[in-house]
Design a protein around this ligand. Structure first.
Ligand SMILES: [Zn+2]
Length: 119
């Protein structure tokens, strides 16, 4: 039996198992799980925001340049486009389209990209 300090509330408790990090009597372990879930939820909604802002950038550029204009991907990145974001992929005529809701883009062999309006 060892006295330890709870990682959540900072109070001492007696660890009868030898591997506890939170007070066994209080709800500390539960509170930690709850906090983690809230953070995960926040991350998810943050990602949803980023999909939305990515789509907005694609839409702006699509209406500025049209469907067949080759664009330097650096230009989108400079506008705030996040290429790391996971997106749905579709394959059309040997081109992979990375989709952000209603708009998408494809990489070309010359390192440019073209934009798509999806139906
Ligand atoms: Zn505690």
């Amino acid at each position: 039996m060892k006295t330890k300090i709870c990682h959540y509330c900072g109070e001492p408790f007696v660890d009868s198992h030898g591997n506890l990090r939170y007070c066994p009597e209080k709800n500390c372990a539960y509170e930690v799980k709850k906090l983690r879930s809230i953070h995960q939820y926040a991350n998810k909604s943050l990602q949803a925001d980023q999909v939305w802002s990515n789509e907005k950038i694609l839409r702006d550029y699509y209406f500025k340049y049209g469907p067949n204009t080759e664009i330097d991907p650096d230009e989108l990145e400079a506008a705030g486009f996040d290429f790391d974001l996971n997106s749905e992929e579709r394959k059309v005529d040997n081109l992979v389209i990375f989709c952000m809701r209603k708009f998408g883009f494809s990489f070309l062999k010359n390192k440019k990209i073209i934009l798509w309006k999806l139906s």
